[in-house]
Design a protein around this ligand. Structure first.
Ligand SMILES: [Ca+2]
Length: 281
């Protein structure tokens, strides 16, 4: 009955405005389309490999640069910047942060490492080659995740917003609001830019979102529910140890890096024992 009433109302509106060139019916439909975002496609994948990962690494950012992982780890007193051998998981270079810094995401742009901090309102910059500090820039919001496209750094701060900023100055160029068919999608965390799309972990959710950076629409979803339990070869009992960081903060999914050559994704989580390589199908 309700549907019938709505239909009659719509007909009335159409009749009322049908004299105009651009009819109210047309406008009505277009605004409806704007508000109706299609449900994201379920992106299937195959797990093709796994590599050891430091279970003390509270992973906040992961990226591949010159055939190594570059990783940022968080927590006060435990934050670090690392270069890690992909196959062995061995740390080949590392820099410990000041104990008052809680490090977050990282990206490498033009041979410069950009490392976020959570509530310190600073972005740290280092040479990618030898981790030599080359400056720091103020950032007003929280820092969660960071990646880059050809011209911009792209930063998340735990909300539904992606901030596109100028790399040299962090000057804001645009803000993209991320949404799906249900509305705003918050808690955007670690990021990776892949073939024109932003992929994002959502804090405390077992999936990775594929986001169109122009519309902000979530166009795809990689479902990773119970992924670690299903795929790990390690003993995961340490994650259940009462009072541990893993129990308190959650050893949640939070790491996405892209292998351009193989077109595969590396995914991991905070304190996870492995980094998994997956290929989207
Ligand atoms: Ca990343």
């Amino acid at each position: 009955m309700k549907r019938l009433q709505l239909s009659l109302t719509t007909i009335g509106v159409v009749l009322l405005f049908s004299c105009g060139g651009n009819t109210e019916k047309g406008q009505d439909q277009s605004s409806a389309v704007e508000n109706q975002i299609a449900a994201p496609a379920n992106l299937s994948y195959a797990v093709i490999n796994s590599y050891p990962h430091d279970t003390a690494a509270f992973t906040q950012g992961l990226e591949v640069y010159q055939n190594s992982f570059f990783e940022s780890t968080g927590l006060f007193g435990r934050s670090s910047l690392r270069r890690v051998d992909i196959q062995s998981g061995k740390i080949s270079k590392s820099k410990k942060m000041d104990s008052l810094i809680f490090a977050e995401g990282l990206t490498v742009y033009n041979d410069t490492i950009y490392q976020l901090s959570w509530e310190n309102h600073l972005v740290f910059m280092y040479t990618a080659k030898d981790f030599k500090p080359i400056g720091q820039l103020p950032w007003t919001g929280q820092g969660w995740g960071i990646t880059h496209d050809d011209n911009n750094l792209i930063i998340s701060e735990g909300s539904d917003k992606l901030y596109f900023v100028e790399p040299q100055t962090l000057k804001l160029k645009k803000i993209v609001s991320v949404k799906d068919q249900y509305g705003a999608v918050n808690n955007l965390n670690e990021l990776e830019f892949i073939d024109g799309y932003v992929y994002a972990n959502r804090w405390q959710y077992d999936y990775i979102l594929k986001i169109d950076p122009n519309s902000g629409y979530v166009v795809g979803i990689i479902n990773l529910q119970d992924f670690l339990q299903k795929n790990s070869r390690a003993d995961l009992n340490y994650l259940k140890k009462e009072g541990s960081t893993a129990m308190q903060s959650g050893a949640v999914l939070n790491g996405i890096a892209y292998n351009k050559k193989e077109k595969t994704l590396y995914i991991t989580g905070k304190l996870w024992p492995e980094i998994f390589e997956i290929r989207l199908q």
